[in-house]
Design a binder for this molecule. Structure first.
Ligand code: BG6
Length: 488
């Protein structure tokens, strides 16, 4: 029988307890983990296996989305877990870890697979990868895989440096880069919807689409992450990764039956390669940046960004970014893609709106009462798809009224992002993971923005917490004769 060891760096951290243990538990109770499976948690403080299991159990009670029964299943799940102390600069700790992993593998026989999940700060990635290599932990009879999460670098140079460190120990095929937006059920549905529906496929081009709007608004502020966020800003925290991934997933064309990882990833790469490059001197015309001031969100007063603990009063960091992008390829030439994301906005909402063109060549008699057709993908926190159509208004002859065709998929049907992604990584399916080419190309595209921001060549607009962001983000669309939908 094959045996798989899930080696978790950062096992007492926040991500592990909120996402990774609940996801593993979900996969376990649904019979989706490998038959012979063990988790070794690693951390800097000594913990007995028992104490670690109690920690995992508590995490499930606190964070699994359904009730966790204290039954035999839970006990056998917890029995998969063990803990080792590990300081990443102590080679002896890696050797001990290797011995423990090997003991268990020898007990089972068969081939051994090892998945290294790095739930630690990115500045440790390089060292961990080389320790894995040097200690022999990376020598397996089956497969080995490395799972890491964003941020993948701070800019183009640091991303390349990190990648060259990782590639000394792991090949590109062995690296699974998580962008949790790619695990969101609606993002995965986008792919299926386009592939399986000729109605959608036929409309998916500049012939019918006037513009695309991708919004990820948040109500939370900087939270406890001042140190990281004040260096990152919305451009690195959300835009370079999640937002560009949404743009790629929306705009790729994959024909039916051709949705293999390699096809999807190469189509995504083509999209990034076709993005019209942004020269530094043009950044101020295509990009709006903002920072939240004090205000009220859903009736609750909140302080401004520069009054947050850990943020310097003269910080020029962006907590909001809006952008206009163009994809210069056959399907999308001439269709603006507007993207915006920010903290301390009016509501928590991630959605994509496709605005269709006016009926071809027509000037409809009741034009004033018709609105463009819209196709709306609600990605989170609620999921749904809505199509807005015009129909005749029986009460006002000659006028139109809008009808909504709604579909709300059953929430419980879908798995959580981490459940899907960990399952895929264990199965070697990299479709919804980020390829290095995407990281490299997205940093290349974003680099002039980082430079223009650093040189203060782009105004930093203040916006009131609880608003829809700075007015300049509205002007970005107004210049093209459009406006953001659903802002009221
Ligand atoms: C993370 C960012 O990647 O995504 C956070 O670091 C942000 O700042 C979060 O809050 C948003 O994710 P979601 O799934 O809540 O939209």
């Amino acid at each position: 029988m094959n045996h798989t060891t899930f080696v978790l760096f950062g096992a007492t951290g926040d991500l592990a307890k909120r996402k990774i243990y609940p996801a593993l538990y979900h996969l376990y109770i649904h019979g989706k983990l490998p038959e012979s499976f063990a988790v070794i948690g690693l951390g800097r403080k000594e913990l007995s296996d028992e104490t670690f299991r109690a920690h995992v159990k508590q995490s499930l009670h606190d964070f699994y989305r359904l009730e966790v029964k204290d039954d035999e299943t839970l006990q056998s799940f917890l029995g998969l877990f063990g803990f080792n102390i590990l300081h990443i600069d102590r080679q002896a700790d890696f050797v001990q870890l290797k011995e423990r992993v090997e003991r268990r593998e020898q007990g089972v026989g068969g081939t051994s697979n090892r998945m290294f999940y790095l739930s630690v700060a990115p500045n440790f990635f390089g060292t961990i990868a080389s320790q894995i290599e040097q200690s022999g932990l990376g020598s397996v009879t089956g497969w080995k895989r490395l799972v890491i999460e964003k941020p993948f670098g701070h800019d183009l140079v640091s991303a390349r440096e990190l990648n060259s460190q990782l590639s000394q120990a792991f090949t590109e095929d062995e690296i699974y880069r998580i962008d949790h937006y790619l695990g969101k059920p609606m993002v995965q549905r986008l792919e299926a919807l386009k592939q399986a529906n000729p109605v959608i496929q036929a409309l998916w081009s500049s012939r019918y689409i006037a513009n695309v709007q991708i919004t990820a608004d948040e109500t939370v502020g900087v939270e406890e992450r001042a140190g990281y966020y004040d260096q990152a800003g919305a451009v690195r925290d959300m835009f370079q990764n999640h937002m560009l991934q949404l743009l790629m997933m929306l705009s790729i064309h994959v024909s039916n039956g051709n949705a293999k990882a390699v096809n999807i990833r190469s189509k995504k790469k083509n999209v990034l390669e076709s993005l019209e490059p942004l020269a530094r001197q043009d950044v101020h015309r295509h990009i709006v940046r903002g920072q939240y001031a004090a205000g009220a969100i859903q009736g609750k007063e909140v302080i401004g960004y520069t009054s947050e603990s850990g943020i310097s009063p003269d910080s020029m960091n962006d907590t909001f970014i809006a952008a206009k992008l163009q994809i210069d390829n056959y399907n999308w030439r001439g269709v603006p893609f507007y993207i915006r994301t920010g903290k301390r906005l009016k509501s928590k909402n991630t959605r994509i709106v496709i605005e269709f063109k006016e009926p071809l060549g027509s000037s409809t008699p009741a034009k004033d009462s018709s609105v463009p057709n819209l196709l709306v993908f609600e990605i989170g926190p609620n999921e749904g798809i809505t199509l807005l159509l015009n129909t005749n208004d029986p009460n006002h002859k000659g006028e139109f009224k809008q009808v909504h065709i709604d579909m709300f998929p059953d929430r419980m049907e879908a798995e959580e992002a981490y459940e899907t992604l960990i399952h895929d990584a264990l199965n070697g399916d990299s479709t919804f993971f980020v390829h290095w080419d995407e990281v490299d190309l997205s940093w290349q595209w974003v680099q002039p923005i980082l430079e223009a921001f650093a040189a203060k060549e782009v105004p930093l607009y203040s916006y009131e917490a609880g608003s829809n962001g700075p007015e300049a983000a509205n002007e970005l669309l107004a210049r093209d004769g459009f406006h953001w939908w659903f802002d009221d």
